[in-house]
Design a binder for this molecule. Sequence first.
Ligand code: SF4
Length: 355
Amino acid sequence: MSGLLEISGLAVAFGRRGARPVLDGVELSVGEGEIVGVIGETGSGKTTLARTAVGLVPARSGRVVFDGREISGLRGRALRAFRRSGRLSYAFQDPLRALDPELTVRRAVAEPLAVAGDLDGAEIAARVDEALETVGLDAARLGDRLPGAISGGQRQRVLLARAIVTRPRLLIADEPVSALDASNRNRVLRLLDRLRTERGMAVVVISHDLSSLAGIADRVAVLYRGRVVEQGPVREVFGRPLHPYTALLIASAPSVRAEGGPGAAALRPSAEPPAWTAREGCVFAHRCPFVIGSCRTAPASGPVGEGRTAACHRVPEWHGLVATAQGPPELVAAAGETHKEAGRPPALSRTSEKG
Ligand code: SF4
């Protein structure tokens, strides 16, 4: 069954003649009423993925299909018409920069409807009140204020009100809680969950904060250097990551790390990586403590169980190398071989560390 949003083989590159690849072969599917988290470090391509999905950045290759229609090929008037429809909505990352400082809250939220041009003034006013109420803001009290005269948490909710005022079927929220304190963060996360349950809205939450996603996401995709290295149900991915990079992210986030799970130190190489990792092979090889000679061929993302994919040659055998001091002899030998090729010792000496 195809999802509401289907992204396949998506590649994006910036710079002259596409000299700087940012996304490469990204696959992502979002079903009706589903919350999907996209996680990864700064610079992993999360925001570019979001902006490409809504048509703000052109794809070099691949497809973005929304509700059965390919939108990655839309240009000019057709693209503008699709974006004006507001069925696929994007909440920008930074409310202070995304909101016009001279537009009142009410006018900022009304803008997408005014641009669409389908409703009259009274209908727009009613929809603005509805959107502000949905995000928990008092339209009568805050509607005439400027963004600079409200709090950061309120600005974030204004941005969400603006993104949902068109009643989208899918909302892509880019780091919606990264600048908020704990109480505002929980309020915004609960709101996203409510939008899904009450309106059947699908939500993609872009975040580098794993704990924010743990409570609301159904599935999660892990992005590293522009590639989805792992994808699956959030509980399973966070409970037993199948890619070493995911494991490192989780180990670095005490709030989601499973009790007894390895610490970050156990998932970092204790020696310099083989020289080839700088130019070829697995995208994570230069940071991976489990790298072996076969990682010189970039692994394709493939199914590794019900609803899960991972791009790693050593799934799931690398788990055994973390759990024990030395790991199974044949794997230790294999790892040693690789590093011998590079003239360095094997990088497994800290695998017993629990962090
Ligand atoms: S393919 Fe090799 S280098 Fe890449 S993550 Fe897996 S074990 Fe590490």
